[in-house]
Design a protein around this ligand. Structure first.
Ligand SMILES: *Cc1c(COP(=O)(O)O)cnc(C)c1O
Length: 446
């Protein structure tokens, strides 16, 4: 008997929602990131997006469209509505959008996992596909805790990190975000108490500071017996303050972890896929972590997908333990649509001279943001890869700064004392220059 499938017309298409009605419903019912209910600032309605431009549902500050200076939070590295990525999704959609991953497998997930093993630092062999960055961090932490438990070291349950970090919004990640001034300060009394070293000294090119290296050594040594893992964002600390540090500190952490028997987790969720000028930030240091988290740009911004990769040592330790399984299995694990578009996005990146594109954007950001250093209220301007940051000496007036950028035709989302941009890698030189003008305008008015 044929399946009982109704015709598409069984659900009539809805008429377009006028922008004012949409905003009224949004205000009434919809939470937005890190906001109260209802939100304090009215969001802009995006009707569609193509290339590096967001087309607005209603003009804002006289603009119908905005250049996206944020890559939708690090993710849309190839821009929007990309023909190659569209085709990958459409092609997969014609086969299946999802099947469960327990007991079943499929080509998109398997090919993606193999590709990730191929391009990440040597020694990372096994891939756990998760549905968001925060979940990938949860899985990474679970892997490390379980590894030690499995080999009979169940006292090793704590994590060490350095201050100024950000690792996501679920429970374990919150516990290793910077405990002061960050978004999760409220929960400090309730989170697992982890071990914090001082924030790494700033500057990608600065030589490692021996006093800071000694400090790291002292903290790892003091807590070695109870530490399961050190977890850090390599080279760029993102949502914790947009600070850059020397890759030398990653080599130091690798050595300390080896010496004192601690696992090393690198959270590359923001830094992965070329953003800092290396394919992965770990490549600047030439090290392999025991576990690595990736997400954000993994699908080119199309769908939510992340992964925790680990070495055979970690996987074997877990799988030979008293409970020889990793008890984690998201409902949408390995989602075929997400895996297909991720594979297409990775191959699209690797199939072009992405280093050159990132260098080109880096040069544009350096040139365009230099004038900001002379503005009153600006503390520091820093650029690394396709990331540009203007740090103020005061908290940004979000509404005023956003408005100033929109007036220049650019979408920016400042936070705390930072106005920053990480444009899609396909952003042309004129658009990079315009983004820089918008950052400067936001710094002036915010
Ligand atoms: C964004 C981010 C996360 C969290 O990822 P989500 O997909 O938002 O859960 C974790 N770590 C880092 C470094 C990030 O930038």
């Amino acid at each position: 008997m044929p399946d009982r499938v109704p015709a598409p017309s069984a659900v009539p298409a809805l008429p377009a929602l006028p922008a004012d009605e949409l905003l009224a419903l949004d205000r009434q019912h919809v939470w937005h990131p890190y906001g109260p209910m209802p939100g304090r600032q009215e969001p802009l309605v995006v009707e569609s997006a193509a290339g590096v431009r967001l087309r607005l549902g209603a003009p804002a500050e006289g603009q119908d469209e905005l250049i996206d200076g944020m890559s939708s939070w690090w993710s849309a590295i190839h821009g929007y509505n990309h023909p190659v990525l569209n085709e990958a999704v459409q092609d997969q959609l014609g086969r299946m959008s999802h099947v469960m991953f327990g007991g079943l497998t499929h080509e998109p997930a398997v090919r993606l996992a193999a590709r990730l093993v191929e391009i990440t630092p040597a020694g990372l062999e096994h891939v756990f596909l998760a549905d968001s960055g925060s979940v990938a961090v949860e899985v990474a932490v679970k892997m490390c805790l379980q590894y030690w438990r499995s080999i009979g070291r169940s006292g090793k349950t704590r994590l060490m990190t350095w201050r100024g970090g950000y690792h996501g919004d679920t429970w374990q990640p919150m516990a290793v975000c910077d405990p002061e001034g960050g978004m999760h300060e409220l929960w400090q009394g309730h989170l697992p108490r982890q071990v914090f070293a001082d924030a790494p000294p700033g500057g990608f090119d600065a030589a490692p500071d021996p006093a800071y290296v000694a400090h790291l050594r002292e903290v790892v040594a003091r807590h070695a017996d109870e530490l399961a893992a050190v977890i850090v964002e390599p080279v760029v600390q993102g949502a914790g303050g947009m600070r850059f540090h020397s890759p030398g500190y990653l080599r130091v952490l690798r050595e300390l972890c080896d010496e004192f028997g601690v696992l090393l987790i690198l959270d590359e969720i923001a830094t992965g896929f070329g953003r800092t000028g290396a394919l992965f930030a770990a490549d600047h240091a030439g090290i392999t972590p025991d576990v690595m988290c990736i997400g954000k740009a993994l699908t080119g911004g199309y769908l939510t997908l992340a992964a925790a990769l680990c070495t055979s040592r970690v996987a074997d330790g877990i799988s030979q333990g008293e409970v020889p399984v990793l008890a984690h299995g998201p409902t949408f694990m390995g989602n075929p649509l997400a895996a297909s578009v991720a594979l297409a996005s990775v191959d699209l990146l690797l199939g072009q001279d992405w280093r050159l594109e990132v260098k080109r954007i880096e040069a544009g950001l350096r040139e365009g943001l230099t004038p900001a250093a002379g503005l009153p209220g600006v503390r520091e301007v820093r650029v690394l890869g396709a990331i540009g940051v203007v740090q103020l000496d005061h908290d940004v007036d979000m509404a005023a700064a956003t408005r100033a950028a929109v007036r220049e035709g650019v979408w920016l989302r400042p936070f705390r004392d930072m106005i920053y941009t990480m444009p899609p890698f396909v952003t042309g030189d004129a658009d990079v220059a315009r983004i820089c003008r918008a950052v400067c305008a936001a710094a002036r008015e915010g």
